[in-house]
Structure formats: structure tokens, C-alpha cells
Design a protein around this ligand. Structure first.
Ligand SMILES: [Zn+2]
Length: 353
């Protein structure tokens, strides 16, 4: 039996709780895909314009069987719109491949531009970032994986070398150039893989771990919400994660850091990032300088005791924590930024004893 009969690692961050055994080596196995697609238990998770459909009654992801899909989509379109996601971890599943790999085969299905009146259950299409926040951890992880594939496939319709159309292979998990003469078809690595962009996000604390530097972005979308958060940015080519953190901190705040700790990561499907959560230590005697890349409006050292009280508040209607006393709006507890701030607060309690 599969060595991954249960979930490998549980993670409480949104989009991060893996519920599928991806069996990535089976994506290229036509017999596996044929058996998976033919099995009565197999489920198809519908997406329309990259957004999931949820059951109106219970708020859970819609999961359709093939007979239901064929009420609104023909077999030819169906084959083009599938992405294999994995086997849902379950010891009770009747689907077992080669006596080893058990679990309910789960596919994402792009149902954009299809008339869905024939579905037997009432559903709603989620439409915003805040809607996605209301998904269960398990559902959010399936949505994240599917969204990343769907957006990547739709934005790579043509070969980046010769411009010919690309073809979806291995149940939508890779792309290949349709031009047999294209140089991309004569190399060892001749397919196009889905892309994930690494983004470092770092909370900043001082040397004795008593304060956190909160950073207010100067981006137009932050003018109204006035959110204070961490420093973040894309990792540059040929840059270690630690160096990327130190560079982003200097570019945004003018502070230098000599200690970076990598703590956690979170998939972020907007559209295809992997957030890498870190904590950096900066000497708080340094004078901040926000004039290098001018991304921040303001930075503020906040004592851990004050920050703890704010972090413990419920999120407001805006989807953020809004503290009227301090005027500090903070990310909610589903974000890696919140977890990083909380990590420093918790550590300050142990280091002060
Ligand atoms: Zn090509």
C-alpha cells in the first residue's frame, strides 16, 4: 500500500494543508489516468474563471462525478479541461492502483463559459479574496493547487521559443510545444513546467526580541486600509533566501540585518507565489531610511506586549484586524505575516523569563 496513506504534514495556514497525495510520478502513466477517470468514486472540482464553486447549503467545495459533468460538457471538451490534482487521503477509498496507491482520484475541471443549470445542488461562485478566506483549510489547499495550474495553463498557450501552440500533457500538469521541429522538443528537458515564484516575507525584531518593526506600505491600495505588515518581495535570480530578506529589508527600510531565520512557507495562489516566512533581527538603534525604493510610507517599532493585544483581536469587516486605539490595522490570522508577528510575540515571553 502507498506509504502516504495519511496526510504527510499538517499545517494550519490557509492554502497549506495538503489533503491530496499528488503521486506526481503517476501523472505520466496513461493506465493510471485511464483507471482514475473511469472509476465511479472519482471527483471533479469545478472552477469558473479560476474561482471555485461552493455548495450554497454548507459552503464546501462542489465535487462532481463524471455523470454530472457530462450533463453540461461533452467528452472532448472534458478531456481538454482536466487537471489531475492527486488522490484524496483516505483508507476507505475503493480506488487502489497497482495494489499500492489508494485514495479518491481528484481532478480540477475548468467549467468557465459552461451553462451549469443542470447541477443538482445549489451553488455559488466565490468572487473575492475574502470569500476564499472562508473556505475550510482542506478546501483552501485544493483551491490553491488548482488555481495555480489553471492560471499557468491559460497564460502559456504558446511556446516561448518558437511561438507555436502548446499542448497540455500529463493530465494538464505540463505543456509541450506542438511544433515537432522546435528546439524545445529536442532537449532533455523538453516540456514546460508550472511556475512557482518564491517571495520572502519577513517580520523584523530587535536584538533583545522586545519589539517588532511594523511597516506600512505606500501602495495606492493601502491608502484606505492602512495595513501594517512585514517586509516582502520576490527572490531575485541567484539569490539565497537569507540574502533576499536582507536586501528587501535594506531597500524598504534602510536597516541592515545580520540574522535571518527561515520559519515557514505558504502557497499564495495570486497568481502563483510561494511565501517564505522569515524573522530578521535588526539593531533598533539604526535610523530607518524609507527613500531607497520608496515602497513604505511609515515604519514603527511596537513593543511585543502591545502587539500581542492587537493580534488577539478578531478581524473586522474589512478582513483585517482594526485597532482603533493605536490606529494599527494588522493582517488576519490566516496570513503568514500574522503568524510571523505572533511567533516573535511568543518568543518574547520565553526570552524575558
Ligand atoms: Zn516551440
Amino acid at each position: 500500500m502507498s506509504t502516504l496513506a495519511t496526510r504527510p504534514i499538517t499545517h494550519s495556514l490557509h492554502y497549506s494543508q495538503e489533503v491530496l497525495n499528488r503521486v506526481s510520478f503517476l501523472r505520466k502513466d496513461p493506465q493510471f489516468l485511464e483507471e482514475a477517470l473511469a472509476h465511479s468514486e472519482t471527483q471533479f472540482v469545478p472552477f469558473s474563471d479560476y474561482l471555485p464553486l461552493v455548495n450554497e447549503r454548507n459552503g464546501l467545495l462542489m465535487k462532481l462525478h463524471k455523470s454530472e459533468v457530462f450533463k453540461f460538457m461533452g467528452p472532448e471538451k472534458f478531456a481538454q479541461k482536466l487537471i489531475f490534482l492527486g488522490l484524496l487521503f483516505s483508507n476507505k477509498s475503493d480506488f487502489v492502483y497497482k495494489s499500492r496507491y489508494r485514495g479518491t482520484p481528484t481532478f480540477a475541471l475548468d467549467v468557465s463559459n459552461h451553462e451549469l443549470d443542470a447541477l443538482s445542488e445549489p451553488f455559488v461562485k466565490l468572487g473575492s479574496f475574502r470569500d476564499l478566506n472562508r473556505l475550510t483549510l482542506e478546501d483552501s489547499s485544493i483551491v490553491s493547487q488548482a488555481r495555480m495550474y489553471l492560471q499557468w495553463l491559460d497564460s502559456h498557450n504558446f511556446c516561448s521559443i518558437c511561438g507555436a501552440k502548446t499542448l497540455r500533457v500529463y493530465a494538464g500538469t505540463q505543456l509541450k510545444c506542438s511544433n515537432g521541429g522546435c528546439v524545445s522538443n529536442h532537449r532533455v528537458s523538453n516540456t514546460c513546467f508550472p511556475r512557482t515564484d518564491p517571495v520572502v516575507i519577513s517580520a523584523i525584531t530587535n536584538r533583545d526580541n522586545t519589539k517588532v518593526l511594523l511597516c506600512k506600505s505606500g501602495a495606492p491600495r493601502n491608502k484606505e486600509r492602512k495595513l501594517y505588515s512585514c517586509v516582502s518581495g520576490f527572490v531575485d535570480p541567484s539569490e539565497t533566501l537569507e540574502v533576499a530578506v536582507a536586501r528587501e529589508i535594506w531597500e524598504e527600510t534602510g536597516l541592515t540585518t545580520d540574522k535571518v531565520e527561515i520559519l515557514m512557507s505558504q502557497p499564495w495562489p495570486f497568481p502563483n507565489n510561494l511565501m517564505i516566512g522569515c524573522v530578521a533581527v535588526c539593531d533598533d538603534a539604526q535610523y530607518p531610511d524609507l527613500t531607497h525604493d520608496c515602497e513604505l510610507d511609515e515604519v514603527r517599532w511596537v513593543p511585543c506586549s502591545v502587539l500581542e493585544q492587537i493580534l488577539n483581536q478578531q478581524e473586522g469587516p474589512s478582513g483585517f484586524i482594526q485597532d482603533e486605539n493605536s490606529g494599527l490595522n494588522l493582517p488576519n490570522d490566516k496570513s503568514v505575516a500574522h503568524m510571523l508577528m505572533n511567533y516573535i510575540v511568543e518568543r518574547s515571553k520565553t526570552s524575558s523569563h
